[in-house]
Design a protein around this ligand. Structure first.
Ligand code: NAX
Ligand code: ADP
Ligand code: MG
Length: 289
């Protein structure tokens, strides 16, 4: 297993002047039932603050006012309206499916609709409730679509999905189940591990217990979607690694002056962190460092 290092941040490059929002990825976040609206709002807000060009949130209508007052940059569709969801889905680069989605019949229908309509070139980030539901519903699991699928389970979600007990989640055992899924798996924990198809395993040497607050993983999904929308064209593997690295690197910086680092604190520092790294990468490129 190899440790990720700061070199992965080299994907964060200055934006060309001749560009517009359509060049920076369209993100669709799907989740947030009546009880877990915060989860999908944090994911959506993270995607906006990490630079996604256009972001739409498909959620329960009860969350609309909260969504718009937190992140007016994002658009809204009712997550039970398949036609409206599919209209947005068509032109989407990266989809986040699952934060706060819940595991009832409505959630199942929403997942089945996405699976039936997602296409091969799209990035589909499957998190939270969607992982738990997939683990329960073998028919859904048997119909994983052709797309660039990225699972982001915590250890219990991975236990549910892979069948591997937390104490037995070794690199070898995890690799076998990840290959069966044919998808990328980001196993979130202290020192998160990344299992991607045909690639060595990477370990995140950053992050700490100041990150143990509800919503921290929801926030990561939005950062991943935004990074895939902007930086995957040159190197998808590195774009994903950079997203995972950025999430915890910001937390580490903020933890120098904070006992706990909140998901919304990380969201609030994404723009500064990315600007600093893009500037540094530009200086390196022109030979100024
Ligand atoms: N503000 C919100 O609306 C929030 C909504 N959330 C959503 O709530 C749904 C349920 O997710 P939860 O993860 O809370 O509940 P889960 O029931 O899926 O997982 C929590 C269980 O896993 C165990 N566990 C073992 N190892 C763990 C690890 N490394 N990290 C986390 N748990 C571990 C815990 O002890 C607990 O029993 C998801 O859809 C999630 O996105 C949560 O993200 C919390 C915040
Ligand atoms: N002690 C820790 N050390 C490092 N990272 C942590 C620690 N606790 C939590 N995290 C990180 O916080 C995130 C938690 O994700 P998750 O459990 O899905 O949160 P939620 O579902 O509440 O949003 C993961 O990225 C995980 O790696
Ligand atoms: Mg989670």
């Amino acid at each position: 297993m190899k440790d990720l290092d700061t070199n992965v941040l080299s994907v964060i490059s200055p934006r060309p002047a001749e560009s517009y929002k359509g060049n920076y990825g369209r993100v669709l976040t799907i989740g947030g039932n009546e009880n877990f609206g915060g989860a999908i709002i944090m994911s959506t807000s993270a995607a906006v603050h990490a630079g996604a060009g256009l972001v739409t949130c498909a959620t329960a209508p009860a969350n609309l006012t909260a969504l718009h007052s937190t992140v007016p940059e994002a658009m809204f569709v009712d997550y039970t309206d398949n036609e409206a969801v599919n209209n947005v889905l068509k032109s989407t680069t990266a989809i986040v499916l699952g934060p706060g989605l819940g595991t009832d019949e409505t959630s199942k229908k929403i997942i089945a609709n996405v699976f039936a309509n997602v296409s091969e070139e799209q990035y589909l980030i499957i998190d939270g409730s969607a992982i738990t539901l997939l683990a329960q519903e073998k028919d859904l699991q048997a119909n994983l679509p052709q797309a660039h699928i990225i699972f982001t389970p915590h250890e219990m979600e991975w236990q549910r999905l892979s069948g591997i007990k937390i104490a037995q989640q070794t690199e070898t055992a995890n690799r076998v189940q990840q290959e069966k899924l044919g998808a990328t798996v980001i196993l979130k924990k202290h020192h998160t591990e990344i299992y991607a198809p045909n690639a060595e395993t990477f370990r995140l040497p950053l992050g700490g217990p100041y990150m143990s607050t509800g919503g921290m993983g929801d926030t990561l999904t939005g950062i991943i979607a935004a990074f895939m929308g902007q930086f995957a064209k040159t190197n998808p593997q590195k774009a994903l690694q950079a997203a995972v690295y950025t999430h915890s690197a910001i937390a580490d910086q903020l933890s120098e002056n904070a006992y706990v680092v909140l998901p919304t604190d990380i969201i609030g520092h994404l723009q500064k962190f990315m600007q600093e790294h893009s500037h540094e990468n530009y200086r390196t490129k022109i030979g100024f460092n």
